[in-house]
Design a protein around this ligand. Structure first.
Ligand SMILES: *Cc1c(COP(=O)(O)O)cnc(C)c1O
Length: 443
């Protein structure tokens, strides 16, 4: 079916659920009922309630496989960026497939190890590593620290010296290219807090080479997230390659080049470059270089493997707007509030009056939190009744991991499906657990 995914009318945006799911490998309608793999969403809701995140094991593995296949002609390592979705089951599935991991905290490293990941395949990114983070990571013998400042470099050397170890490092260089994405997820510009300025990198590498407990193994960059075009990646790669050559001239030889993450996904009707196109644009330059290549994809691996299920609790039409108040809120999924992200909201059961704008009304899908910023989608043409279950697609990345307990709301349950099986992978938090560690003032 080649129906268009969206229809914009004066009243709002209509998203055709069947046209949308045609682009989402894990999702389809069967007898008008939404399924993930072979599991019906009704079944999931019956077992685990709402709000509930659901992830497809096959969808995660398919994207991971697409990365490894596309770069098969090179020595490469895919280091899944844990912050996108850090559930142990997700990490475990990827660890079993042979993935490495990109982490930004000690907590993420502990998760990776708990999920069966290999420390030697871990790269440690992030601007603010502490003494104890570094100590823990060195004791686990991680693969590489991606260093973002001279101060961090000195600290890593000090910790390594105290432990009588040698710390493998790469410098994260900031290539000053515009990723053309949302400003909050753009990281490769001069005025971002990330990385070491391109023009300073050579000098910092030479300083690193003089440190007794530092072992230079690579070079790293990461320019932003949800990039839909390949040009910024190519521009960044060109700048990094230039540096690799300059380093060679002063006798600093590297083993790997790390191009970070950031490949975008299709949430509604974006048209990001495919992994294949991405690989084809980079491969000629990379194969000439002769280094092992690392990637740190997060969003592109898990975003479209996940949905957030939520139930419509209250319908509140007003003179100017219709509000559908659902049982998920900005504490469960903050992307719309934080990044103005547009995510698709589709029914778990197709209305029997057919799928088009007929019979629909414009709705703002909002949570019950006391904030005007608490919305999940605005001006969507839907046919709604209380008790309906809706699926927010593209919710596998930066969904649960960014969730909070604001308004004393327990965090959602998480479920994984594979073929016709479903399994709880994180139980819904209990309300008691939210304040179990709090203590009344003793006075
Ligand atoms: C967030 C992040 C990633 C992953 O980015 P995606 O857009 O999710 O692919 C990779 N590397 C670093 C250093 C990051 O901060």
């Amino acid at each position: 079916m080649s129906q268009s995914v969206t229809t914009q009318t004066e009243q709002g945006l209509y998203i055709n659920p069947e046209a949308l799911t045609a682009h989402l490998p894990a999702l389809h309608y069967q007898n008008d009922a939404l399924h993930m793999e072979q599991v019906s969403i009704t079944e999931v809701v019956k077992h685990y309630g709402t709000p509930c995140y659901v992830y497809s094991k096959q969808a995660i593995l398919a994207v991971y496989q697409a990365y490894t296949d596309s770069f098969a002609s090179l020595n490469h390592q895919i280091c899944y960026a844990v912050k996108a979705n850090s559930n142990l089951a997700v990490l475990g599935v990827l660890a079993q497939a042979g993935a490495g991991f990109d982490i930004v905290s000690r907590g993420e490293l502990m998760r990776v190890l708990a999920a069966g990941g290999e420390a030697s395949r871990v790269v440690f990114s992030g601007v603010g590593k502490t003494y104890s983070d570094i100590e823990y990571a060195l004791n686990q013998s991680i693969g590489c620290f991606n260093v973002e400042s001279i101060s961090e470099l000195t600290l890593i050397n000090d910790v390594a010296k105290a432990l009588d170890k040698s710390a493998p490092i790469s410098l994260r260089v900031n290539p000053d290219v515009d990723a053309k994405t949302h400003p909050y997820i753009s990281t490769g510009l001069k005025d971002n807090k990330f990385g070491i300025a391109h023009e300073d990198a050579l000098v910092v590498y030479q300083q690193a080479a003089k440190l007794s407990h530092i072992n230079i193994v690579g070079i790293d960059c990461h320019i932003g997230s949800q990039l839909t075009e390949v040009e910024p990646f190519v521009a960044a790669l060109d700048k990094v390659i230039e540096l690799v050559h300059s380093l060679g001239k002063v006798g600093i030889e590297l083993r790997h080049i790390d191009l970070g993450g950031g490949l975008g996904v299709r949430y509604i009707d974006e048209t990001p470059v495919s992994i294949d196109e991405f690989a084809n644009a980079l491969l000629p330059k990379l194969s000439k270089l002769g280094l092992t290549v690392f990637f740190e994809p997060g969003r592109s691996i898990v975003a479209n493997a996940g949905i957030l299920l939520t139930q419509v609790d209250v319908l509140k039409p007003t003179e100017h707007k219709n509000f559908a108040i659902v049982d998920a809120a900005m504490n469960d999924l903050i992307r719309p509030a934080l990044y103005q992200a547009e995510m698709a909201v589709i029914p778990s059961a197709l209305p029997n009056n057919g799928i088009d704008t007929e019979g629909t009304q414009p709705w703002d899908i909002v949570g019950a939190i006391c904030e005007t910023g608490d919305f999940l989608a605005k001006d969507r043409l839907l046919s709604l009744a209380t008790g309906d279950v809706l699926a927010i697609t593209g919710a596998g990345a930066y969904g649960f991991t960014m969730s909070s307990n604001y308004n004393s709301r327990p965090r959602a349950s998480e479920v994984m499906v594979a073929d016709d099986r479903h399994q709880l992978i994180r139980k819904r938090e209990s309300i008691e657990a939210l304040y179990a560690d709090e203590v009344l003032w003793q006075g």
